[in-house]
Design a protein around this ligand. Structure first.
Ligand SMILES: C[S@@+](CC[C@H](N)C(=O)[O-])C[C@H]1O[C@@H](n2cnc3c(N)ncnc32)[C@H](O)[C@@H]1O
Length: 248
């Protein structure tokens, strides 16, 4: 199925950026379905909606359990034919998906977990077709400090603030959190990519328990979110930092 992508119904700044990129990728391919490579794609939070937008998606993930959930979600969404699930590590990406570069490569929620983020970024860049984009989403370091203070976990907040990797302790499941400058540098220096956009994801949405309903509150919040995503220092306080970068 090669349905043309329709614009995302929610105002999610990352979903919007991916949608715009896929429209351009489809045009570059003369109307053919864009090929998306989602590394660390897990259970398909991004992959399944992108397949529903008409993309051919390959998910590479080290977790067999996550891939089992992905297959089931893809079946339920009626896009099983458009989603390929491959168990593998980002370090071995070249062995998995070697022949043609992807029209869009995702590394969402990945760099926090890998041993060598520079090597991971190089692998993402190599898997991308010339002129195509890489989308990276990574946990924001400053939002994590604020979230712990608000939760009353002041000691953790202090450790997180002082730690070069942005961790709150040895039991922190994340190996690192980043600020906007760190993600940009990683993609430019190690990936050799041209960074086009650095935005905050869920700058404000994670500060309120749920979107207010009625009276236009939800759409007001969405409009504010869109603006805050691009506005430092609010952008830099986002739960996750989103970067769109392009291979030369
Ligand atoms: C936080 S989840 C992110 C899932 C999805 N991308 C998202 O944004 O919702 C991280 C995923 O990365 C996978 N992962 C961690 N290290 C990996 C590696 N070295 N190579 C491939 N996948 C990895 C995990 O199995 C997990 O599914």
């Amino acid at each position: 199925m090669n349905a043309r992508p329709s614009a995302p119904t929610t105002v999610d700044v990352v979903a919007r950026a991916l949608h715009d990129e896929l429209v351009a990728a489809r045009a570059r391919r003369g109307g053919a379905a864009p090929r998306v490579l989602d590394v660390g794609g897990g259970s398909g939070t991004w992959a399944v909606p992108l397949a529903a937008e008409g993309c051919e998606v390959t998910v590479v993930d080290s977790s067999a359990n996550a891939l089992a959930v992905l297959r089931s979600r893809a079946r339920d969404a009626g896009v099983a034919d458009q989603v390929r699930a491959v168990q593998g590590d980002v370090d071995a990406l070249a062995d998995i998906d070697g022949d043609v570069g992807a029209d869009l490569v995702l590394g969402h929620g990945l760099l926090e977990y890998v041993d060598d983020p520079a090597a991971a970024v190089r692998a993402l860049a190599t898997a991308t077709a010339p002129g195509a984009a890489v989308s990276v989403l990574v946990a924001g370091r400053w939002a994590a400090v604020l979230a712990r203070v608000v939760a009353g976990r002041v000691a953790e907040a202090r450790r997180l603030l002082a730690d070069p990797a942005g961790r709150w302790g040895r039991n922190d499941p994340l190996l690192r959190r980043m600020d906007t400058g760190e993600v940009r540098e990683l993609l430019e220096r190690d990936g050799g990519l041209v960074v086009e956009q650095v935005r905050g994801h869920r700058v404000l949405a994670d500060l309120v328990p749920e979107a207010p309903d009625g009276g236009g509150g939800a759409s007001d919040l969405a409009a504010l979110e869109e603006l805050a995503a691009d506005t430092p220092p609010l952008r830099d306080l986002a739960s996750r930092i989103h970067v769109m970068a392009r291979r030369r």
